[in-house]
Design a protein around this ligand. Structure first.
Ligand SMILES: NC(=O)c1ccc[n+]([C@@H]2O[C@H](COP(=O)([O-])OP(=O)(O)OC[C@H]3O[C@@H](n4cnc5c(N)ncnc54)[C@H](OP(=O)(O)O)[C@@H]3O)[C@@H](O)[C@H]2O)c1
Length: 304
């Protein structure tokens, strides 16, 4: 079968797209692809820094099709108020790309509400925001939720609910990152199952691993990695295709996991399977319950 490419993208005319963490890296490349390669009505840059988002919007050429939404995923109040604000501004949302993330910082850090930062931003903030904008996705005639995970999800053996905040065990940057990226896959797969149960048929939830991008993502990593990065990683613009397939390919079913073809580093997006742990429905259901408890937000999928 031929590789999936931009030419396979279905018509996106009139769609309203929101991408979290779109002022840089893969999120910015994805915003650019939507603007230049499709006829979407709006691309909403949901970012924590208005200044950085404004600079990104200038880089993208500005204009009516761009919009900024203030969203700090390290603060659940911000995630909830951003969702409310979006519900006031728009009557539907067609495509939600949950892209923002960070690699585990050198030292344990926490969100505003005291959760371990990487899990807090990559998963809990996105969970609360998605629950808040769910009514808008239900109003779309054909909606899509895209989770952006990582190959690192395969390194996590489970979600440690006994020490969810890494307060008891020794802190490990790669440990918090791989667990957070495992949570990204579990969340999307569970969303798909719950949509099935609730009879929601017009929303599709897929998850992907973008590949190895030479982005600002590795800014806090050791100098060895930062030095070799340009030799082994490609520019975010080369990997945006993976996000675009996740966001647009109508042949994909909920729960699908996309991975770049070449060594999972780069190349065309292909359908593969996530790790066995990431496909465990019991673990996913437990994470869902934990996320509702942490965010103090019930996530009901059926229409009221
Ligand atoms: N780069 C890779 O090789 C690679 C590999 C696998 C997976 N990924 C995944 O791809 C996604 C994008 O990464 P990237 O490479 O494009 O990195 P990036 O250039 O560092 O972009 C990350 C984005 O997330 C935003 N962000 C961080 N903390 C946030 C918060 N508290 N609230 C809202 N936004 C926040 C950042 O905003 P600021 O600019 O304000 O910090 C930035 O816009 C991440 O989920 C990452 O896990 C990347």
């Amino acid at each position: 079968m031929a590789d999936w490419g931009y030419g396979d993208m279905p018509d996106q005319t009139g769609k309203i797209v929101l991408i979290t963490g779109s002022n840089s890296g893969l999120g910015l490349a994805c915003a650019r692809d939507f603007l230049t390669k499709t006829k979407v009505e709006k691309v909403i840059l949901a970012c924590r820094s208005e200044k950085n988002a404004q600079e990104a919007m200038e880089e993208l050429g500005g204009g009516e099709r761009l919009e900024f939404l203030q969203l700090d995923l390290a603060d659940l109040d911000s995630a909830k108020s951003a969702a409310k604000e979006l519900c006031l501004r728009h009557d539907r949302l067609d495509t939600l790309v949950l892209n923002a993330g960070l690699s585990g910082p050198g030292k344990r850090a926490t969100t505003k509400q005291g959760f371990e930062l990487t899990m807090g931003v990559c998963h809990l903030g996105h969970f609360a925001f998605t629950a808040g904008v769910w009514p808008l996705l239900l109003k779309s005639s054909k909606a899509r939720v895209v989770g952006v995970s990582s190959m690192a999800h395969t390194w996590a053996k489970t979600i440690d609910f006994e020490d969810f905040n890494w307060e008891k065990k020794a802190y490990a940057a790669m440990g918090v990152y791989s667990e957070a990226k495992l949570a990204n896959v579990l969340f999307i797969k569970e969303l798909g199952r719950r949509m099935d149960d609730a009879g929601v048929t017009h929303v599709t939830a897929v998850v992907l691993q973008p590949g190895f991008a030479n982005s600002g993502f590795y800014r806090d990593q050791g100098c060895f990695l930062r030095c070799v990065l340009p030799c082994v990683a490609v520019g975010p613009d080369k990997l945006s295709l993976n996000l675009m397939r996740g966001a647009t390919d109508e042949s994909l079913q909920s729960g699908t996991y996309l991975d770049p073809k070449r060594h999972s580093f780069y190349g065309a997006p292909v359908v593969r399977e996530a790790s066995a742990v990431a496909c465990d429905p019991e673990l996913a259901a437990r994470l869902w319950a934990k996320s509702e408890e942490c965010t103090k937000q019930e996530f009901k999928l059926a229409r009221e």
